[in-house]
Design a protein around this ligand. Structure first.
Ligand SMILES: [Zn+2]
Length: 448
């Protein structure tokens, strides 16, 4: 009897060890399986370190990259315009789909492992619209993005400078033509926002200064705050809050910033999502920053200068939220996923964008940004589109021309498009970035 017990025990110990090992492996597999499959030593998906599984397509089924052949689209304009979305040959662009979403391209599945041939990833982008946006930048550095704020689909996402991924250039160190070329400026850059930040200061003023819509502001071209001077490019005279935003009066906004205080401004920038990282179909974006100084520095931070930094994707999301209120979606880049045999996989539910400010605040902002278009920027640039916008001309110092911003949305249920354009060292926001926005929006509404 005793011998039987001992034998049972002898069997039980290795069985328990085996079971324990299986559980441990199961946990590790659940946690790491995706990385194991996407590791470049996996010969099912890589040859000589190059991914050989999967295809990247645009929203209309145009193949942008085929991993099996290593081929990009045949049109060089489209290759350059979609480089940062798709990724380069050597995966220097870490946020490109080729690199950041390689586990999905391989077709990794928890139960079945990797799929032969990988998966087709259909992006939300329109390749032709990207090409039009790249062309509108006309060799200047910057970024252009348009998204549908109801569905979250990013229709256009261009970053410049770019290059032809089918024939990548040798880039010497310090070559300014290719400065930050591996960075997708829409997802990963932060810029001084300049006057587009006045949208945040306006929201804070509307919610904290009850009489602000009835006030009259007076601009003599400069105002002295704490012994320092904040200036406007010209004398704006007497205005209400609507005209102060449309004319982008620094004097009015610096005084509002000082009255509100740095803590309140920071709180409103945070509520707007401008200080957070966001997630675009699994790809993380850069977080912005806000630090209010004292007196005139606080005044300058209220007009988007001083140490303010904003990420273009966060700004685009804020535009969607102002346009749609509670119904806005977070921007996303992957429309759908299918096997190479054409079997579609269920896609995750679209994420809702954060709600920045009160609904009545957003309603007033829509009217104010509409007023800026009709009074200052010119409706004729946008055809019949009911565009609401704010420009920014952000001083960057060092004797360089300011960065040019133009942000906003189409206030129309049938054309729910929000946009952000940054032209680096482009000069006037309305002229440089505004013209790019107008050209790309006109093209966007022509698309089927
Ligand atoms: Zn002024």
């Amino acid at each position: 009897m005793r011998q039987v017990k001992r034998r049972t025990l002898l069997l039980l110990v290795p069985l328990l060890l085996l079971a324990g090992g299986l559980v441990l492996f199961g946990i590790k597999y659940l946690a790491n399986g995706r990385q194991w499959a996407a590791f470049s030593a996996n010969s099912h998906a890589y040859t000589g370190g190059r991914l050989t599984s999967g295809q990247i397509l645009d929203r209309n089924g145009v193949i942008l990259y085929d991993a099996a052949s290593g081929q990009y689209h045949q049109d060089g304009k489209i290759r350059r315009a979609t480089l940062h979305a798709v990724g380069d040959r050597d995966n220097n662009i870490a946020t490109g789909v080729k690199c950041a979403l390689r586990d999905r391209l391989i077709g990794y599945n928890l139960l079945t492992g990797t799929t032969t041939g990988g998966h087709r990833l259909y992006l939300t982008l329109d390749a032709e619209l990207n090409a039009a946006a790249y062309q509108a930048l006309n060799g200047r550095k910057g970024t252009v993005a348009i998204y549908n704020y109801k569905t979250g689909e990013i229709l256009c996402m261009v970053s410049a400078p770019s290059f032809d991924p089918a024939d990548p250039p040798v880039i010497p160190d310090g070559d300014s033509r290719y400065e930050g070329v591996y960075l997708n400026r829409f997802l990963s850059a932060v810029y001084v926002p300049g006057s587009v930040f006045k949208i945040v200061t306006t929201a804070a003023a509307l919610e904290n200064l009850p009489d602000v819509e009835d006030r009259t502001f007076s601009c003599t071209g400069s105002v002295t705050i704490g012994g320092d001077t904040v200036t406007c490019p010209r004398v704006h005279g007497e205005m209400d809050l609507y005209d102060a935003l449309a004319k982008s009066c620094n004097c009015a906004y610096a005084q509002l910033a000082v009255e509100l205080g740095g803590d309140v401004l920071e709180q409103y920038a945070r509520k707007a999502g401008l200080l957070d990282e966001h997630n675009v179909s699994g790809i993380a974006t850069a977080a912005g920053s806000f630090s209010a100084g004292e007196d005139s520095q606080l005044g300058w931070s209220g007009v988007g200068q001083y140490n303010d930094l904003v990420n273009p994707c966060a700004m685009l999301t804020l535009m969607g939220s102002i346009a749609a209120g509670r119904g806005a979606a977070m921007p996303c880049l992957v429309a759908k996923e299918a096997t190479l045999q054409g079997i579609y996989l269920s896609s995750p539910a679209r994420a809702a964008a954060p709600i920045p400010w009160r609904a009545d605040t957003c309603a007033v902002l829509r009217k104010m940004m509409r007023n800026a278009v009709t009074e200052i920027y010119g409706q004729n640039r946008f055809g019949d589109l009911n565009v609401c916008a704010k420009s920014g001309t952000a001083e960057v110092g060092g004797g360089r021309a300011p960065h040019s911003w133009f942000v906003g949305f189409v206030d129309d249920e049938t054309q729910p498009l929000a946009f952000v354009v940054v032209v680096e060292n482009g000069g006037s926001g309305s002229d440089a970035a505004g013209s790019v926005a107008a050209a790309v929006l006109r093209q966007a509404v022509q698309e089927p």
